[in-house]
Design a protein around this ligand. Structure first.
Ligand code: AHM
Ligand code: MG
Length: 353
């Protein structure tokens, strides 16, 4: 039997090893290489972590600061009122990637066109797509929000600055992830080799590994959807929601911030749905910097992401800010929602003369 001292030594070594598994070290371990490309991806992840720390810092003090909360009075390219925190967080990402030599273009929810960093472009062949503050309606009430990111390789020279090479499916992502600003700040990422999570240790100023190769349960009790939209949904989604209302074993959870809702599902199982409506079949969420990165993560964790009629990662956008419906989470829960959509589609086809 191990003596108390041996036990303590093991515990101590374990804690030290764990504390030394920082995000950048983990990225290099994942890529099993110190090649220039691996160094670049590790450096990009490190910069994303810095953006996360800056945003977390501002969020934690926002209520005590002038000009941190509330609206700017502007409306963004999506037609949504812009919050001061959206602007701050958008600029944080730009600022951390300036003069990094890593990223040539950044595209975000808050900018109509990609932002180019010309001095990086000759060498920085990557594009960062991001939603700086996801769930911004939660900011002013001190509830969880997130940032979503995706990294793609730039293809071609993009001399006309139209960024057409971004209009490709979600499998083209090199890396994707999110930062969740909750009671602690958590970063979850995938390089296409599993999903891993890190917690920001404020005393070290580092994201430390907490869980490797996270697997989403094959089914779970949670359904996460804004039921206030029931009146404007297609019948198939109403059918599904009526089904869960009438069967034991389901529970509703909806925070108003996608990242938090997805994080719950990643760890505990269930399904998140943001469907289209009769008037807006494309739904609300944007493909390139919201649904595709989350789809990439959840697939890597063994779950499923769908538009209802197509695997989400097969979706090819026709424009930068394209929207898609989203059904994402545990494989069995997603398939159940899809089955209601297929039933209604079959019914409609049978009625077509
Ligand atoms: P945002 O990025 O502008 O905040 O919008 C995305 C958010 C998601 O985080 C969340 O799931 C959804 O919009 C909430 O929308 P609604 O208020 O319509 O339920
Ligand atoms: Mg968003």
């Amino acid at each position: 039997m191990a003596s108390a001292t041996e036990f303590e030594t093991h515990e101590y070594e374990y804690a030290l090893d764990r504390d030394c598994t920082t995000l950048s070290r983990h990225v290099l371990q994942q890529l099993q290489s110190f090649s220039p490309q691996a160094q670049d991806i590790s450096a990009i992840m490190n910069r994303l972590a810095l953006a996360g720390k800056l945003i977390a810092r501002r969020l934690s003090r926002a209520g005590l600061m002038e000009n941190a909360l509330g609206f700017t009075g502007e409306v963004n390219v999506q037609g949504e009122s812009v919050k001061k925190m959206d602007v701050y967080a958008n600029e944080v990402f730009i600022s951390v990637f300036k003069q990094s030599g890593l990223v040539c273009r950044l595209a975000s929810e808050e900018m109509e066109k990609p932002y180019y960093i010309p001095e990086n472009c000759p060498i920085g062949r990557y594009t960062l797509l991001y939603d700086p503050i996801d769930g911004s309606s939660n900011v002013d009430i001190n509830l969880n929000v997130g940032s979503i990111f995706s990294i793609r390789q730039q293809e071609g020279d993009d001399l006309d600055r139209e960024a057409r090479d971004l209009l490709q499916n979600g499998r083209k992502q090199i890396a994707a992830g999110y930062i969740l600003y909750g009671p602690s700040t958590i970063l979850v990422y995938s390089l296409g080799q599993g999903v891993h999570s890190f917690i920001l240790d404020p005393s070290l100023g580092e994201f430390i590994l907490v869980q490797e190769n996270i697997k989403v349960p094959t089914s779970g009790p949670v359904y996460s959807v804004n039921e206030g939209n029931f009146w404007q949904w297609e019948d198939s989604i109403r059918d599904y929601v009526r089904y869960v209302h009438r069967h034991e074993g389901y529970t509703a959870r909806y925070s108003g911030a996608l990242v938090g809702d997805i994080h719950r599902i990643l760890l505990q199982g269930g399904v998140f749905i943001y469907p289209g409506t009769v008037k807006k079949p494309e739904g609300k969420l944007r493909l390139l910097y919201e649904t595709a990165p989350l789809g990439f993560l959840i697939e890597q964790a063994g779950g499923k992401a769908s538009t209802g009629t197509q695997n989400l990662l097969d979706c090819v956008p026709t424009k930068l800010h394209e929207r898609t419906p989203l059904i994402i989470g545990s494989a069995e829960n997603v398939e159940l929602v899809e089955s209601f959509i297929q039933d209604r589609a079959r019914e409609a086809a049978a009625q077509t003369p």
